[in-house]
Design a protein around this ligand. Structure first.
Ligand SMILES: Nc1ncnc2c1ncn2[C@@H]1O[C@H](COP(=O)(O)OP(=O)(O)OP(=O)(O)O)[C@@H](O)[C@H]1O
Length: 226
């Protein structure tokens, strides 16, 4: 069970130079909730995920996770947050291509005993439809299979904040359903889940939407609860 986690985005603004993506964006994601970030291409969905994942600085505002403002974290707390709390499903999967599936899962399973690791890997691979394939090198897998390895890695990590960037992009309908079900099971375990997506299937499966189109000085305030 993941520690129940609340995410608050408070009056957040982001600009690249003079180009303002959004201003005064505020919303709260309660533990157990799944939120879809929607909006046209270029509206800043990936950028918002990158801000929450501490890969991109914000221009103004706060991002508060369980009472701590991430935007004020120094290097040590940033590293800890990424290592202990954050699960990020990137569009490019961020796998080690020339390593096996199991070796990729091992990256997030440091400190666990061999038997406990194996059990966790087997459960995760079963969940994503890759049972028994842990020894295969990642570079031999299809795009959709690689996406499912990235998901299995999150299942092993069991993060309390899950960020997913277009997580069903390379998948057929059944596998997209599997990804949505996995994201839902993170939420049911107490995590907050934020998914950037163009997919109506994915957005409809979330509890709420935050639409980034037209979030400007007039702001947007919404509360997203379980
Ligand atoms: N490091 C950067 N420097 C300057 N501009 C950037 C940078 N990163 C992103 N942008 C710009 O910010 C805008 C938002 O990009 P972002 O990828 O967040 O949009 P998105 O809503 O996720 O788009 P898509 O739906 O196409 O994936 C784009 O116009 C992009 O070119």
């Amino acid at each position: 069970m993941t520690r129940p986690t609340t995410l608050v985005v408070d009056e957040l603004s982001k600009a690249f130079g003079r180009r303002v993506l959004w201003e005064g964006l505020s919303f709260t994601v309660e533990p157990g909730s799944m939120v879809a970030l929607t909006g046209r291409s270029g509206s800043g969905k990936s950028t918002l995920l990158n801000c929450v994942g501490l890969l991109e600085p914000v221009t103004a505002g706060r991002i508060v996770v369980d009472g701590a403002d991430l935007t004020r974290f120094g290097r040590r707390r940033t590293r800890q947050f990424r290592r202990d709390a954050l699960g990020y499903l990137f569009q490019n999967y961020a796998l080690i291509d020339n390593a096996s599936i199991d070796e990729n899962l091992a990256v997030v399973a440091r400190g666990r005993g061999r038997a406990s690791r194996r059990a966790a890997f087997d459960t995760a691979l079963e969940q994503v439809g890759l049972a028994g394939r842990g020894g295969e090198p990642v570079y031999q897998l299809s795009g959709g299979e690689q996406q499912r390895v990235a998901l299995a890695r999150l299942v092993v990590k069991a993060p309390s904040v899950v960020l997913a960037d277009e997580p069903t992009g390379a998948l057929d309908h059944d596998n997209a359903d599997m990804v949505v079900a996995s994201l839902r099971s993170f939420a049911e375990g107490g995590a907050t889940v934020v998914v950037a997506t163009h997919s109506e299937q994915v957005a409809a499966a979330c509890d709420r939407r935050v639409d980034l189109d037209g979030v400007r000085t007039e702001g947007l305030t919404t509360s997203i609860g379980a």
